[in-house]
Design a protein around this ligand. Structure first.
Ligand SMILES: NC(=O)c1ccc[n+]([C@@H]2O[C@H](COP(=O)([O-])OP(=O)(O)OC[C@H]3O[C@@H](n4cnc5c(N)ncnc54)[C@H](OP(=O)(O)O)[C@@H]3O)[C@@H](O)[C@H]2O)c1
Length: 276
């Protein structure tokens, strides 16, 4: 956020950053007349524009909220379009309706976008899971790169060991999207790989407090990192992570030019989310 107290106007009305000292005097004997700079309120320069793919979902809505809190201009794209969340922040999001798996009209949502966080993903049959986690994101990554969007953050998922076998389309899709991201955004990608994400999940008009299970499990498992290395069953001990932590790291990864490209696992998510 910009601090307007350092933004001053000189007597001719021009506006700039820093203090102006007016020295308009022709008489050498006269002491220099210094006019006090006036503090004016000017709006900050146009903010970065973040597009959240799947901003109506559980994780996506928290990312929209966090990005607005940081003063960004925020847009969302999803098949349902406008979110039904009855909270005031939702009125500040530019909601786009479109299906990444159908047609090209959704690409209008990319106009003026400087960075993207994709929360598009889901479960179903193996072929559906591959499409929604893989193909839909691959399409978005390609279109974003062609449009010149600078950074792309993808919410992927941690390995779940034996369970991967039952969710093959899900994990194959996730890894295919990650591979595309590495190719199209070698320096501008960040891949987040959380395990279970907890927080208040809205289902219809109800809020389901997933933290009741997630929070104590996170406390318990965050110190069991070595156990997660055990083949097949180890990944089941990946600690859950709070949705607000995921949102904080995702937004930072999307806008901070020194955030390093690469994969952030759940321990990295916890570490980054604790930083100021
Ligand atoms: N929740 C977890 O515990 C967890 C754990 C690890 C990883 N993840 C990953 O994190 C991401 C977000 O998860 P979530 O729980 O927030 O999921 P979610 O609530 O189901 O949100 C998915 C979002 O994607 C949108 N979407 C789906 N298909 C689309 C399409 N073809 N075109 C445009 N938008 C589409 C959905 O909106 P519409 O249906 O209106 O299109 C929704 O906004 C997913 O990739 C998930 O795999 C989640």
């Amino acid at each position: 956020m910009y601090d307007s107290t350092n933004i001053c106007s000189n007597t001719s009305g021009s506006i700039g950053r820093g203090r102006y000292l007016s020295t308009e005097s022709n008489k050498i004997d006269e002491p220099l007349k210094v006019e006090e700079a006036e503090t004016v309120n000017v709006p900050p320069p146009p903010a970065e524009k973040l597009l959240v793919l799947g901003g109506t979902g559980f994780v996506g809505s928290h990312i929209c909220k966090e990005a607005l809190h940081r003063g960004l201009s925020v847009a969302s794209l999803s098949r349902s379009g406008k979110s039904s969340v009855p909270e005031s922040w939702a009125n500040k999001v530019q909601w786009h309706q479109g299906d990444l798996l159908s047609g090209d009209s959704w690409k209008e949502a990319l106009t003026g976008v400087t960075s993207i966080v994709s929360c598009v993903g889901g479960f179903g049959s193996n072929s559906y899971m591959y499409k929604i986690n893989g193909t839909a994101n691959i399409t978005a990554i390609r279109a974003a790169a062609e449009k010149g969007v600078k950074r792309f953050v993808y919410i992927s998922a941690a390995d779940t060991g034996v369970i991967n076998y039952f969710l093959q389309g899900y994990y194959d899709g996730k890894r295919a999207a990650e591979t595309e991201l590495l190719v199209r955004y070698p320096y501008g990608h960040v891949i987040l790989r959380p395990g279970f994400i907890y927080g208040n999940r809205r289902v219809g008009s109800m809020e389901v407090p997933l933290g009741v299970i997630g929070s104590p499990l996170e406390m318990l498992l965050q110190h069991a990192k070595p156990l997660t290395q055990i083949p097949l069953v180890g990944p089941l001990l990946t600690p859950p992570v709070n949705v607000t932590a995921v949102a904080k790291v995702a937004v930072r990864a999307a806008i901070d030019p020194v955030f390093p490209p690469g994969i952030v696992d759940v321990h990295g998510l916890q570490r980054y989310s604790q930083q100021k």
